[in-house]
Design a protein around this ligand. Structure first.
Ligand code: PDD
Length: 285
C-alpha cells in the first residue's frame, strides 16, 4: 500500500511533489516539528505535544496554520489512511513559501503543514529496552535555543551518525562545562549510587521533553527523588543506572557510555519500571 502524507490540506502519495522549491523549511530550516507515538490507535501524550508545538510556533513567530482541533483531525486521518495502529507520526510546520530572503515574508504567507506516519513496532522498542542501549558522547555544538523544536537539526544529525558508525544507539551531547545536555533526539538521565534520579533542568539549552515531564511526575509519585541539574560524565560513569526518554524511545535503559558499562551493565530496574508506568498512562494525556 502506498504511504500517504498530508500536505497543506491534501492527502497525497508520500513521493508526490508537494512542497515548493522556495519553501522556507527547505531554504532556512525555518520550521518546527512534533513527533507522536501511537499505540493501538491512541496518541501518547497528545496534549503535551500540541502545547509544545504552539510554544515553538510562538517563539519563532510562525502563525498558527490551523486550530489544534483541525490538526488533531488531520493527524488521525493520516494515521487512518496509512492503516496504522502502532505508528510514529511527524508534523512539520514551516513559515511557508516566499522569494528567498532572510527576513520574514509577507504577513499573509501561509505556513506549510506536512504530516507523515510510519509503522513503529512496539515489540522492537520493548526488545531494545530489555537489552538496553549504548551511547557515545560528543560536544554539544548546537545553537542557544534548543528549547524550540525546530527542524534545524544538523548538529544532532552528525552526532547521531557518529553513534551509528560506532555501533551505539544515541549520542549524548556535552556542554563546555563538561555536563551532559541531552541526547540528539532524547533527554538524558542517570540514577546515582544513592538512588537519586538526575536530569538537566529545562532551560534554553535542551528540549523540554514531554516524556521527560511525565517521567519526572511518575518517578516522584513512586517516591523517588528527582534532581533537575546537569550531571558530568564522571557522575554518569559512577551511576547505578542511566536512561533516555523521548516520544519514540519512551524510557529506555542505557547500559554503556563511551564503551564503559553503566552499573552492572544490565538495564536498570528504575528505568524499566518508569517505562512501564509511562506506557500505562500516556494514552490518557
Ligand atoms: N525527539 N531532546 C531532543 C533533542 C529531541 O529531539 C527529543 C524528541 C527529546 C525528547 O522529547 P519528547 O519526550 O517530547 O519526545 C529530547 C523526537 C522523538 C524526534 O525527533 O524523533
Amino acid at each position: 500500500m502506498a504511504r500517504i502524507a498530508f500536505v497543506n490540506g491534501r492527502y497525497l502519495p508520500i513521493d508526490a511533489p508537494a512542497v515548493q522549491a522556495e519553501d522556507r523549511g527547505l531554504q532556512f530550516a525555518d520550521s518546527v516539528y512534533e513527533v507522536w507515538t501511537v499505540r493501538d490507535g491512541r496518541f501518547l501524550d497528545s496534549t503535551g505535544h500540541f502545547r509544545r508545538l504552539l510554544r515553538s510556533l510562538d517563539e519563532l513567530r510562525i502563525p498558527h496554520p490551523m486550530s489544534v482541533a483541525a490538526l488533531d483531525v488531520a493527524l488521525k486521518e493520516t494515521l487512518r489512511r496509512n492503516r496504522l495502529k502502532d505508528a510514529t507520526v511527524y508534523l512539520q510546520v514551516t513559515r511557508g513559501t516566499a522569494r528567498r530572503d532572510h527576513g520574514f515574508p509577507a504577513a499573509d504567507t501561509r505556513p506549510t503543514v506536512i504530516i507523515t506516519a510510519r509503522p513503529s513496532s512496539s515489540a522492537a522498542g520493548d526488545a531494545r529496552a530489555e537489552r538496553g542501549v549504548a551511547v557515545i558522547t560528543r560536544p554539544d555544538t548546537r545553537w542557544a535555543r534548543c528549547d524550540i523544536k525546530t527542524t534545524g537539526l544538523l548538529a544532532n544529525v552528525l552526532a547521531k551518525q557518529d553513534a551509528r558508525e560506532t555501533g551505539a544507539w544515541e549520542a549524548w551531547l556535552v556542554d563546555t562545562e563538561g555536563r551532559v545536555t541531552e541526547g540528539t533526539s532524547t533527554n538524558a538521565w542517570i540514577v546515582t549510587s544513592d538512588g537519586v534520579l538526575v536530569t538537566r533542568p529545562i532551560t534554553d539549552n535542551i528540549l523540554h521533553g514531554v516524556t521527560r515531564a511525565a517521567v519526572i511526575e511518575a518517578a516522584r509519585a513512586e517516591g523517588h527523588t528527582v534532581e533537575e541539574r546537569g550531571f558530568t560524565l564522571e557522575e554518569a560513569h559512577a551511576a547505578r543506572e542511566a536512561f533516555i526518554t523521548s516520544a519514540t524511545s519512551l524510557a529506555t535503559p542505557v547500559v554503556e557510555i563511551d564503551g564503559r558499562p553503566v552499573g552492572n551493565g544490565a538495564p536498570g530496574s528504575v528505568a524499566t519500571r518508569l517505562r512501564e508506568l509511562y506506557l500505562a498512562s500516556a494514552h490518557e494525556r
